[in-house]
Design a protein around this ligand. Structure first.
Ligand SMILES: Cc1cc2nc3c(=O)[nH]c(=O)nc-3n(C[C@H](O)[C@H](O)[C@H](O)COP(=O)(O)OP(=O)(O)OC[C@H]3O[C@@H](n4cnc5c(N)ncnc54)[C@H](O)[C@@H]3O)c2cc1C
Length: 395
């Protein structure tokens, strides 16, 4: 039996409530037991002058009792949100966690169960896109791809689909497979005619699109921590809390690059600011973290505004507290025989992840291919009226 140490490094009075929630969540997982719950108050730590809190990675904390500790599953709700890469506010996350403990626990861990238990950062300079491009090269020709073309309207009928691009170009097809992000669908960036049916629109708006922002700074030389990661606890929740160094022997020693991750509302806040204003805030935080260092100006500064980009409208999907399995079924289902949907958000097992998007694209395309080869089909089932009667179930 695995024994877990649950470490909550939590700002404010909600720490114990949250701890109880986590305890319940873990107890609901067959074969798991709850170890001691340790609650440290990050605000108190910050007030005591400890601007740098828990600089060492979680592995070092495992040295705490009891002896049979298997893993630390949470260090601060905020950090847990970051570590788990769920771009939700701590409150949203806790609501979901406590409400659907087992469901979330399973969904959350599927990636780690299916692949590796470790979070790994790939430093392959070719980028992840190479995997997709190499695979596409085995069957797709350049003439079949239209780059820099923005879809404005998707018109469907029982006979087929007409896609109208922003420049007015019309493309006709027998079938269409949409992989716009959930955020794009939620913002009505693409017009569907006729309008998507109520069950599809409900599904689109029942899920959440999170925003997860990495802000990169390159300095003339390294002046920060020697670990891969560091946490910063500010009085304001979400203010530049998770730091990663690429100037590390495991990555690119000597590169001078440091990056910080923010999520959710804080991401949206900084997206509305100028680069210079965001940079100034970050330098002030670095000064608080390293009071004895004269922080130099970065030579490079970059971050992507995912939420305001009409081609993305966020970073990846998430399940909010009101999530129901039927919504996921309906998000994935085709609308009549002609219009199909895929992407990370339609994946029950790996929503939010790149491998979820990959597998969904492949799986839906296979169903669609069968449909075409069979001369037509009904397609995937959808639920007309969502009643919360479908159990969460992943193979
Ligand atoms: C900062 C960040 C960090 C992440 N970290 C990880 C990670 O560590 N591990 C992981 O597995 N995943 C991670 N992800 C998530 C991962 O990138 C997504 O889950 C994945 O890219 C989703 O793929 P998709 O094909 O479903 O959607 P998208 O990647 O959004 O692809 C949809 C495509 O549709 C295009 N499009 C949208 N609207 C239109 C339009 N109107 N006309 C024409 N084209 C349009 C877009 O340009 C885009 O190319 C991260 C994401 C972000 C932003």
């Amino acid at each position: 039996m695995d024994l877990m140490l649950l470490l909550l490094l939590h700002v404010g009075d909600r720490a114990l409530d949250a701890a109880r929630g986590y305890e319940k969540a873990i107890a609901a997982v067959p074969g798991w037991a709850v170890g001691p719950v340790i609650v440290a108050d990050a605000r108190a730590a910050a007030e005591a002058g400890a601007a740098r809190v828990a600089v060492e990675p979680a592995e070092d904390v495992v040295a705490l009792p009891p002896p049979a500790v298997a893993a630390v599953i949470a260090v601060d709700v905020e950090q847990r949100q970051q570590q788990a890469s769920r771009a939700q506010s701590p409150l949203e996350y806790e609501l979901l966690y406590v409400r659907a403990a087992l469901t979330m626990q399973q969904a959350h861990n599927n990636t780690f169960r299916t692949f590796s238990r470790q979070n790994l950062l790939s430093t392959d300079q070719r980028g992840f896109k190479t995997v997709i491009q190499e695979e596409a090269d085995t069957f797709l020709t350049r003439s079949q791809i239209r780059l820099n073309a923005t879809v404005a309207t998707v018109r469907t009928s029982t006979k087929g689909v007409v896609v109208i691009l922003a420049d007015g170009t019309q493309i006709t097809a027998d079938y269409a497979l949409c992989t716009f992000s959930l955020g794009v669908l939620q913002h009505d960036d693409v017009r569907f005619t006729p309008a998507l049916p109520a069950w599809k629109q409900e599904a689109i708006h029942s899920m959440a699109m999170g925003t997860y922002t990495k802000i990169f700074l390159r300095f003339p030389e390294k002046f920060w921590f020697n670990t891969e990661m560091a946490l910063y606890a500010d009085h304001e929740r979400g203010r530049y809390p998770v730091w990663q160094s690429l100037d590390h022997e495991s990555f690119f020693p000597g590169c001078g690059i440091l990056f910080v991750t923010v999520t959710g509302e804080f991401s949206r806040r900084i997206e509305s600011m100028t680069d210079a204003a965001v940079q100034a805030e970050i330098l002030a935080v670095l000064q608080a973290m390293f009071p004895d260092v004269a922080i130099p100006d970065p030579v490079d500064f970059y971050f992507q505004r995912w939420y305001n980009d009409p081609l993305f409208r966020g970073s990846y999907s998430n399940w909010p507290a009101n999530f129901l399995s039927e919504h996921q079924v309906n998000l994935r289902a085709n609308v009549n025989e002609r219009l199909w949907f895929a992407g990370e958000a339609t994946s029950k097992k790996h929503f939010g992840y790149l491998h979820g998007a990959y597998a969904e694209g492949r799986d839906i395309a296979l169903v669609l291919a069968e449909c075409i080869q069979g001369g037509g089909c009904v397609g995937l089932e959808h639920i007309d009226r969502v009643r919360n009667a479908l159990p969460y179930d992943v193979a």
